[in-house]
Design a protein around this ligand. Sequence first.
Ligand code: FAD
Ligand code: SF4
Length: 327
Amino acid sequence: MQPLAYARASDVSSAVRHVAGARGAEFIAGGTDMLQLLQERVRTPAELIDINRLPLSGIDVGPEGLRIGALARMADVADDRRVRERCPVIAEALLASASAQVRNMASIGGNLLQRTRCLYFRDVVTPCNKREPGSGCSARDGKNRLNAILGGSEDCIATYPGDLAVALVAVDAIVHIQGVRGDRTVPIDELHRLPGETPHIETVLEPGDLVTAVSIPDSAHARRSHYLKVRDRASFEFALASAAVALDLDGRTIRDARVAVGGVATKPWRLVEVEHLLRGRPVSADVFRMAAERAADGAQPQAHNAFKATLLTRTVARALTTVGSGA
Ligand SMILES: Cc1cc2nc3c(=O)[nH]c(=O)nc-3n(C[C@H](O)[C@H](O)[C@H](O)COP(=O)(O)OP(=O)(O)OC[C@H]3O[C@@H](n4cnc5c(N)ncnc54)[C@H](O)[C@@H]3O)c2cc1C
Ligand code: SF4
């Protein structure tokens, strides 16, 4: 038995100061990822600070666009009419995530910060650099069908598991953070880090940093956006490959594009080259296929996941065709 203290946070500043200053203190929101990791002894915090009573669950539309509080529940955000109209990709990514029960509990902030589903990360008797730095990577020569083909390093090839963060990359979302030194913002694309030689450091957050909200600027491409997720079964399953696409059209010409992918990379992965190939071209299945052919550029498949490269190009092409239809 390991003792575990629990306390409820009553205001943001003292919660941040407490977690920054107390060794082994962690935030808990919906608990849907944290509790699994505690049960499996993957995480062993000394103290959990429950943030659920903090006033961070609003969904608002203001001058900066849409602002979603970090404690808004996945189900409520997916169901919000303003989210569905302004950023369909967000609602679709959330509805393709987990199950109705999990979505009712799980928060937006917790979703962004969920940990990988790499089999070995969650199995404490196997070496894993992410769980225990320097112990080795069991996935490299093990079961790596679900692991990443993009963004991996010698030390880690774990896939970033979430759907929402991929959708947020396609709509240029900004993450709002409160830390001990005050507020700051980080573009969603910069929140998660590549594993490199330090796969246990997954984000740019510092101890005590609390995600307070995400904001999404109003844009034409966010309004014409779509999320497609391909997985082993139709629900309650993580992505083998997913694509979040957003197009700004001028008639039948693509003025601007965003393409981000999930299930294949160590962090939410933006396909800048694919976007470049789309800009200025007409809306057509041929153009979408041509651009999608570049989706897996630079891929480094492992023994059991080479199929992901083909799956990825097809997923991106199909998502683009869907979002371009009716133009
Ligand atoms: C069976 C199952 C299937 C799933 N399938 C999917 C799926 O298909 N797609 C998908 O995207 N997700 C999936 N998930 C993951 C699920 O969406 C996450 O567990 C959930 O979103 C986490 O939110 P939470 O509020 O419960 O976080 P918690 O478990 O409370 O916290 C998760 C982490 O975030 C930290 N944290 C939480 N809030 C904040 C904050 N505001 N600031 C700083 N740190 C914070 C915590 O300290 C912890 O480290 C699945 C989960 C389960 C159990
Ligand atoms: S891929 Fe990363 S998370 Fe998986 S075993 Fe290797 S080091 Fe651990």
